[in-house]
Design a protein around this ligand. Sequence first.
Ligand SMILES: Cc1cc2nc3c(=O)[nH]c(=O)nc-3n(C[C@H](O)[C@H](O)[C@H](O)COP(=O)(O)OP(=O)(O)OC[C@H]3O[C@@H](n4cnc5c(N)ncnc54)[C@H](O)[C@@H]3O)c2cc1C
Length: 487
Amino acid sequence: MTGRSAEIVDSEICVVGGGPAGLSAALAARRAGAQVVLLDLFDRPGGQYFMQPPHPVSGLAAAQVGQGRALIGKVRDSGVVIRSGVEVFGADGAGTLLARQGERALVVRAKALVLATGAHERTSPFPGWTLPGVMNPGAAQRLVKMHGITPGKRVVLAGCGPFLLVVAAQLHHAGCEVVRVVEASPSPLRLAATLLRFPSRWAEAAGLLRAVAPLWSRFRFGRVVAEAMGEGHVNRVRFAFLDGEGRLGADDPETIDDIDALLVGYGFRPSVEIATLLGCSLRHDWNAGGHHVAIDEASGATSVPGVFAAGEITGVAGAYPALAGGARAGAAAARFVGRPAGHSPPSYAGRADRFAKALRRAFRVPYAALGQLPDAETLLCRCEEVRATDVAAALQDGGCDAHGVKMWTRAGMGLCQGRICGFGLSVYAAQRAGLDPASFGANAARFPARPAPLDILAEATAAAIAAPQGNLADESRGGLSGSASRD
Ligand SMILES: Cc1cc2nc3c(=O)[nH]c(=O)nc-3n(C[C@H](O)[C@H](O)[C@H](O)COP(=O)(O)OP(=O)(O)OC[C@H]3O[C@@H](n4cnc5c(N)ncnc54)[C@H](O)[C@@H]3O)c2cc1C
């Protein structure tokens, strides 16, 4: 222990996550008269869709940045206390959150929580995936958007979903040579058919398609990355075709050499760690990104009284459903703390949900093929250095679900708590053991859900034990025990 003490923050409502869902929830709750503090991991609010670069941006991202800036301005003006750079790593069922802001421990006590922690990229292992230069498309996007740095000159993008188009356009705009865009879906026709059904999205889609038009001849469909190669850094990639069943087919004879970066992503997975620590029930739906927080659609209420959730954490659907879900959850959280909100959901909510569902059907993730990709030596869990052969042995010895394999091998027990490896483990184990990947289960994150130095853990835990009151369970207080503090 350092002798420092944790900062205690009391607020009626605490929103975790400053993306579209969290911002919208905070605004709705504040407009209903509730006192609101919003915590966000990043240096600036906005989350993924409304990411706020420190410099002017042009191209596709400009409109999103502007829209986000306007929303953040409204949230600040409404009196919501926004605390950026705050990473929540612990939570108890009574509504106390343990967090860090730089070198300082933080304990946040609220009467209602809104979880809007978004999603992270769905990564799947293949031989060579740990080589430097292999990364997620979102990492490359962040490098370009926030820091003006490209991941390299010659770049290959691969995976599944419309996000590949977005990143391809952004990298092209930033001056990269996008050599190939390899999409697992069999053809662009499904995307075209989906778009035709939603005229309200034609302008947005036209903008994106215009931005990727110069790259159209570089697109290939119905295949996946089979192997990344290089000495100390990726410089070569080969692909495999998918068969009609979504399993690995023949090798694609084409290999691509002299690349600087290989960006591979298969869509997004809900970031459910904090919700799991709080005991919120999860549901599974591959089309919604896998395990996500189960909510009452009308209010965003989770299975834990006083805990609400919105946005991608409740199922991957995109920014507009996240905004609508945030408004519903924020208003419901305000009602929960006794601040009745005259709230009506934004009119685009139903349409946005339908569009998101149609897009998910258009871009099906090839689970079976991804489970076939690792060879015996491929690392499935990078934090604990667990290879495919170790997981295969655990399955043979009787490990029959995510928890069993974790106990046998430590896979999913490291710093990422399964965020990076969870998906790859389940698809690999499923194809080895002939299971449905969903029935393999998910590794529940344990405290601390995110890495934190021991002194911060100790300070936050000691402060939470010393001052446990002031949260969901304590309805008798009826008012505030303190005020949300500003930096
Ligand atoms: C890497 C990535 C890039 C994306 N880029 C695009 C894009 O360009 N275009 C597009 O249409 N969609 C994009 N998406 C999809 C995007 O998730 C949604 O469109 C939209 O941003 C969802 O809003 P949200 O509020 O649910 O989540 P997000 O916008 O992801 O916001 C979640 C917020 O929660 C915070 N958070 C998470 N865990 C913690 C914690 N433990 N403590 C404190 N704060 C925490 C994060 O810092 C983040 O700011 C991207 C998704 C990802 C994962």
